[in-house]
Design a protein around this ligand. Structure first.
Ligand code: MTE
Ligand code: LUZ
Ligand code: MOS
Length: 759
């Protein structure tokens, strides 16, 4: 089944924020942002800018009618800096002008006088100053302290994992339009329409019912628009409130890169203890999360880092601690995996460290410690595990030993090109870790021409959720998918939505849609029963648009039945609610059952490193992935391929660089390298895990949005293995991304050391 958007995408007809036809009188916005990362805001000089051509109004903190506050979790983030600035890129003023160019050129004429304060960019430095966003978070299983005493081997080390720029193709943006009685409609490129509505309501002082938020689709979000679309909608809304005119702001790429937060970087200390059979007995880890200047989503991101700190492994004794450290960088935020990948990287580093010291393949330690059914995760949930099955099925299909042997043989014959392989098991929990967020609603109308309209809280951002929701309605009603239209995500049709995130949008909104459609279907069967002389509605079925009685065709078809129902004044609409059952979590003891289920998989990644130049190619990623039972293989396979490439990019080439002054150096596509068609793996091959287990996913089709990204972590360790094949004495620091420059420095680090020792 093709994506329902594929034709309009290919023709360039799909509508994004920038495609919305402009209303006469629209003003264009541009933010003037801080060029200093930390300081006291003394004076904002706007008089030159006000005289600039086409300028209608310039807004600063003091002009707001509502609250100057956009912090979603904590009120620690002003919309416009008022007394202090906390990062380079923090909005200070908003210019509204008749054209985009006029707004941008006027913004350049604003000056701010800022008295500098100390700038911190390193989370460990922030930690040392006790500059934390929230109190530390802890997970504890067993008794690590005593367990380490009984370990045969104990290794300690440090791992650093860098951030990642979302680089959605469509930048952040919003378009607000005044409606009657002081209300407004806001088009926003957001994953969280309700979050935008709440934020607009807060900064304007309008009740939420006066603010309508509408989202057609996004040109990508990847977590970057879960929370951080709010500010741009808020500035437009404030502009509309104060000028009574429509206001549009679509950020330029460099504005977006400079002013928005990224994946949270982490620095971590680990200690891992094994017994003589290579069983991991104890694991202790401390995470220093770089949160940036305000909370944003960093606290729940940190929580998910802890949830996934043992990845697919069972470790009986775990102590995990997380610190969310405040720095003078743009607030970091959700990014595909939401802290999980960072947690996994650290335990994979600890395992690689142990393997190196014990001179065994890391895969041996990985395999021995895979979590089994009935094992307990550090947060108390009992595993229903596919870790071993996915490993075994991948091995049967792809033959790990053979792939390793091929690399070894190649390496024996080649001096300056080395191959490396690494295994990467993944286990990712599905559900928002904050239980109340796991709810959704769907509004379904059947019209008298037999067509079906569906609205849900899910936002389409390229991941295919609209296709899956259309499939749900088409399956329940047994109608061709063309008879179903999934409409925009709109806060008047669906209220109080959770953001489209946590890979759970299809599950939550799909199941709400399923309930709505089944309710309407039941009413239709009740109408049909007497008409087709069935004894009970249960004897009626609808298949491919025709009505059957006990499996026998009747004179009724879908259209006739729908009209009969309408004539009989039967409701052809339904607004249904779904909430995931059986999930809970208690932070006071840090235990519970937070996830509806886990998505598992095992990948093997192979690379070739050019040991003269430090450059590399990813030769293959082969995986066995747990789809449950995929309801749409073309959508799901697309998610796997995209996720893997995004994960490899994060681990290898995408280098977010801030200098000591807090200035983003990787601020354009010329200085921030993302994977292109030449750097994607030569082969991506995967097989679906064979399993008959039931799960809580929609139609048993497990969430697939985030988990595949984590296979990309294998690329880091494969490159590391290739570097070690060049010279076994090299022990590269666990420090991502493994850029070609870093690879080169590592390849010759021992040579340089020896040369230095001689002179
Ligand atoms: N795929 C595309 N094409 N574009 C995106 O922005 N976001 C990812 C993933 N896949 C994203 C994507 C992220 S971060 C999440 S949480 C899920 O999609 C969200 O959608 P789902 O819940 O429908 O899987
Ligand atoms: N967002 C969120 C998420 O608010 N809570 C989560 O648990 C989560 N997990 C993954 C991605 N986004
Ligand atoms: Mo995805 S990080 O949950 O938006």
């Amino acid at each position: 089944m093709k994506n329902v958007d594929s034709k309009s995408h290919v023709r360039g007809e799909s509508v994004y924020l920038d495609d919305i036809p402009l209303i006469e009188g629209t003003l264009f916005a541009c933010v003037y942002d801080s060029q200093v990362a930390h300081g006291v805001l003394k004076i904002v000089e706007i008089s030159e800018a006000e005289k600039s051509e086409g300028v209608v109004k310039i807004i600063t903190a003091k002009d707001l009618i509502g609250e100057n506050q956009i912090g979603g979790i904590f009120p620690d983030e002003p919309l416009f800096a008022d007394t202090e600035v906390h990062f380079q890129g923090m909005p200070i003023a908003l210019v509204l002008a008749e054209t985009e160019e006029q707004a941008r050129s006027a913004a350049k004429k604003i000056r701010a006088e800022i008295e500098p304060l100390e700038i911190v960019t390193d989370p460990r430095v922030a930690f040392a100053k006790n500059n934390l966003i929230v109190p530390p978070k802890h997970f504890k299983l067993g008794d690590t302290e005593n367990a380490f005493k009984n370990c045969e081997y104990v290794f300690e080390g440090r791992a650093d994992v860098n951030g990642q720029e979302h680089l959605y193709i469509e930048t952040q943006g919003a378009y607000s339009i005044p409606t009657e009685q002081g209300g407004m409609r806001v088009y926003s490129s957001t994953q969280g329409p309700t979050a935008v509505q709440r934020c607009v309501s807060r900064v304007t002082g309008l009740p939420m019912h006066a603010v309508e938020v509408d989202v057609t689709r996004l040109g990508g979000g990847f977590g970057g628009k879960e929370d951080q679309a709010n500010a741009w909608a808020a500035v437009c809304a404030v502009g509309t409130q104060l000028t009574k005119r429509p206001v549009k702001y679509a950020l330029h790429r460099m504005e977006d890169m400079r002013m928005t937060g990224k994946r949270n970087p982490y620095s971590a200390d680990y200690k891992i203890g094994l017994d003589k059979d290579l069983k991991i007995v104890a694991y202790q880890v401390v995470f220093y999360q770089n949160a940036g200047a305000s909370a944003d989503l960093s606290p729940p991101v940190l929580e998910r880092t802890l949830f996934h700190c043992t990845n697919s492994y069972f470790v009986p004794n775990v102590t995990a601690t997380g610190y969310s450290c405040r720095t003078n960088l743009p607030p970091n935020t959700a990014f595909r995996g939401f802290g999980g990948p960072q947690g996994m990287f650290v335990i994979e580093s600890a395992i690689a460290h142990a393997a190196e010291k014990l001179n065994v393949p890391a895969s041996q330690i990985q395999q021995k410690n895979l979590i089994n059914d009935g094992d307990e995760f550090p947060y108390g949930q009992i595993a229903e595990s596919e870790a071993v099955t996915s490993w075994t099925q991948a091995d049967e299909k792809f033959d790990f030993a053979k792939l390793q042997k091929e690399a070894d043989e190649f390496n024996r014959q080649n001096k300056f090109v080395k191959k490396g392989v690494a295994l990467m098991p993944v286990c990712f929990g599905i559900s928002f870790t904050k239980t109340p967020m796991n709810q959704a609603r769907s509004l379904v109308h059947v019209y008298t021409d037999g067509s079906v309209a569906v609205s849900t809280g899910a936002v389409e951002m390229g991941q295919g959720v609209n296709t899956k929701i259309a499939q749900v309605a088409s399956t329940v009603f047994s109608l061709p998918i063309e008879r179903v239209k999934v409409h925009t995500t709109n806060t008047l049709r669906i209220a109080n939505t959770s953001p489209t995130a946590a890979s759970a949008a299809a599950d939550l909104n799909g199941r709400a849609t399923q309930i709505a459609c089944e309710t309407i279907l039941q009413r239709l069967k009740e109408v049909a029963a007497p008409l087709v002389e069935a004894e009970t509605p249960d004897d009626v079925s609808i298949e491919n648009g025709f009505v059957f009685r006990k499996g026998e065709p009747t004179d009724f078809d879908w259209l006739k039945l729908v009209n009969e129902a309408h004539m009989n004044r039967v409701n052809l609409s339904e607004h249904a609610h779904y909430a995931t059952q059986g999930i809970h979590f208690d932070w006071s003891i840090a235990k519970g059952h937070p996830f509806a289920y886990h998505t598992y998989g095992t990948a093997i990644v192979g690379v070739s490193v050019d040991c003269l130049r430090g450059i590399y190619t990813v030769d293959f990623v082969k995986a066995c992935h747990d789809f449950g039972s995929s309801m749409n293989t073309s959508v799901d396979y697309g998610q796997i391929e995209g996720g893997i490439v995004q994960g490899i990019g994060w681990m290898t080439m995408e280098e977010v660089v801030y200098d000591k002054s807090g200035k983003l150096r990787s601020n354009a596509l010329s200085t921030y390298k993302i994977p292109d068609i030449y750097s994607v793996p030569k082969t991506i091959e995967f097989i679906p895990l064979e399993t008959t287990r039931e799960n809580l996913a929609i139609f048993n089709s497990k969430a697939v949005g985030e988990p595949p990204l984590m296979y990309g972590i294998g690329a880091y360790f494969a490159i590391r293995n290739a570097v070690k094949a060049f010279n076994t004495e090299i022990s590269p620091a666990f420090d991502t991304p493994f850029t070609p420059e870093k690879v080169l420095m590592n390849l010759y680090s021992e040579t340089v050391k020896k040369m230095k020792a001689k002179t």
